[in-house]
Design a protein around this ligand. Structure first.
Ligand code: PEP
Ligand code: MG
Length: 578
């Protein structure tokens, strides 16, 4: 039976293919057939993972400090230990690997389903609810397994038409799919500017998030149409719908080809104002796409992605190689390396810090200043690479003069250590700050005095201005990039920076959304940084824009406080009937 699901389209285009379901736990697990000679190895991996979790639970037990909650916490750990030792989970998972020649991760999740079904039968509601403990224990085992990957699953075939369907994916999960081949992916959870969505965009394949029930309603191998523009998924479409979407798919492809013609055209408005277009990247390998897009620099290298999916920190040399590769490949064009923005929704496995409010916690520059050794390693690696191109350092989530001073001090320390070792680097490396906290926006003069350039991280600026967790799908409808407070704040930052002569760019998602191109131009923005896949569409919009026509509209928009009026102005500004 054909039916449609609606979610948030985060990455454009249309894909037609077959569903590939990932597993039930929050950690997504794929199924792989393991060669016979590797079966014993998979069983051993499973044993090792169970032992590691046993040790983990024991050490947690030992760390319980006497207090009102100690007895309860102890009982909870005992229960987890019992689940871990239940033969339905451990012994049966090993037999499952042997019988089905599959990977350990898959076997343990299959056995989890068996245990969950047994819990479902229990009449006592309290005991029935212990299902969640089973899931938590299995997640611990999966983390232990994934932290020590013995068997590396083969990538899906490049000619496959698989569409990944998952309940949720972390940014770290999605980055792994850069090596796999899915034609699209769908998740039940996720917000428009969550890092999961951002990485999805960087895969440059259609994706729809926040579908709520996709994982439950779609079956393995169902035929799907994914419309990443409208955020719609059609399950089991009939022939008529299929041929309509095939036609749209080829039209979109044609349009993409046509856009390539403006790749080398100078980016300027009709009145002759030039606008710089830079690209955002997550990994060094993204540079190929940057070059194809015709970007004249990298405005944001989210360096923390070098950290994800591994259980040890990348060494100074490893980081140096990554930064140098990007600098060399960009051949003298600016490369803006953002220092680690870890914490929030991007966590290091090895730093098991769980905060109640991660977006407001030890994230980005706060995390780096709290881990001086880690920060120093990164700074040294960036400085060493600075000889091989035009590298700039960008610091995320600065909120006070104190943090700027501490950061600049850390950079000086790293420089000193290199000088002592006679390792060359670019002495005048520019240091910039991300403006993504309202406090920074309101004290911009301090930032301008101390830093060489600024970049507005609108994804976070909106999150922190409106107090909306950008990764939380339940408040996604309140995340409003056109909120008068957001518009006024963004306009204020651009205006102040231009007046003070400090270079300013926008590197949040709105920089790559053509709905906002004219608005930002009207506010005075002359440098945009976005995912390379969006760059040519934004360039086309710039080539069609005339600043004298735009500015009066944007000024009116800043005065409006009624959301309906703001939308009407925006439609007119973009040349659409309101
Ligand atoms: C932003 O916040 O707008 C930004 C560009 O950084 P990130 O999305 O990585 O937080
Ligand atoms: Mg940010």
């Amino acid at each position: 039976m054909s039916f449609a699901l609606h979610g948030v389209g985060v990455s454009g285009g249309i894909a037609i293919g077959h569903a590939y379901l990932a597993s039930h736990t929050a950690i997504e697990v794929a199924h792989h057939v393991v060669p016979e000679e590797q079966v014993a190895n998979e069983i051993m991996r499973l044993d090792t993972a169970f032992n590691a979790v046993r040790e983990e639970l024991e050490s947690l037990h030992a760390s319980v400090i006497d207090g009102p909650a100690a007895a309860e916490y102890g009982a909870f750990l005992d229960l987890h230990r019992m689940i871990l030792d239940d033969p339905t989970l451990s012994t049966a998972a090993k037999s499952y690997i042997a019988q089905n020649q599959c990977n350990a991760e898959w076997a343990v999740t299959q056995q989890m389903d068996v245990l969950m079904a047994q819990f479902e039968e229990i009449e006592d509601p309290y005991l029935r609810e212990r299902k969640t403990d089973v899931i938590q224990v299995v997640e611990r085992v999966l983390k232990a397994l994934l932290g020590h990957p013995g068997y590396v699953p083969p990538p899906l075939k490049r000619d496959g038409d698989s569409i990944l369907v998952a309940h949720d994916l972390s940014p770290a999960d999605v980055i792994q799919y850069k090596q796999h081949w899915f034609t699209a992916f769908l998740t039940d959870l996720g917000g428009l500017t969550s890092h999961t969505a951002i990485v999805a965009r960087s895969l440059n394949i259609p994706s729809v998030l926040a579908l709520h029930h996709a994982r439950r309603l779609i079956r393995d191998n169902d035929l799907l149409i994914v419309d990443g523009v409208q955020g719609v998924v059609i399950v089991d479409p009939d022939e008529h719908v299929l041929s309509e979407y095939r036609l749209r798919q080829s039209q979109l492809e044609l349009e993409k080809q046509k856009l390539k013609r403006i790749r080398t055209t100078v980016s300027a408005t009709l009145d002759g104002t030039t606008v710089e277009l830079h690209a955002n990247i997550e990994l060094p390998q993204d540079v190929e796409q940057v070059k194809e897009s015709g970007a004249t620099g990298i405005g944001l290298f989210r360096s923390e992605f070098l950290f994800l999916n591994r259980d040890c920190l990348p060494s100074e040399d490893e980081q140096f190689e990554a930064y140098r590769t990007v600098a060399r490949k960009m051949r003298g064009l600016p490369v803006t390396i953002r220092t680690f923005d870890l914490g929030g929704d991007k966590n290091l496995d090895s730093a098991k810090r769980v905060a109640a409010n991660p977006a407001l916690g030890l994230r980005a520059i706060r995390f780096c200043l709290a881990e001086p050794q880690m920060f120093n390693t990164q700074l040294r690696a960036i400085l060493r690479a600075s000889r091989y191109g035009q590298i700039r350092i960008l610091v995320p989530m600065l909120s006070s003069v104190h943090e700027i001073t501490q950061t600049l001090h850390s950079i000086e320390n790293a420089k000193d250590s290199l000088r002592q070792e006679k390792i060359p680097f670019e002495e005048k490396i520019p240091v910039g700050g991300m403006i993504e906290i309202p406090a920074a926006a309101l004290c911009l003069d301090i930032f301008m005095r101390k830093l060489d350039f600024l970049s507005i991280g609108t994804n976070d600026l909106i999150q922190y201005t409106l107090a909306i967790d950008r990764a939380d799908d339940s408040v996604a409808h309140l995340y409003d990039s056109l909120h008068p407070a957001v518009l006024r704040l963004v306009a204020h930052i651009i205006r102040s920076a231009n007046r003070g002569g400090t270079p300013i760019s926008v590197c949040g998602e709105i920089a790559g959304d053509i709905l906002f191109t004219r608005l930002l131009l009207g506010f005075g923005l002359r440098q945009f940084s976005m995912h390379p896949a969006q760059l040519l569409t934004v360039k086309r919009e710039i080539l069609r824009s005339n600043l004298p026509d735009i500015i009066p509209f944007t000024q009116k928009m800043l005065k409006a406080d009624d959301p309906a009026k703001i939308h009407t102005f925006l439609s007119k500004l973009n040349g659409h009937a309101a």
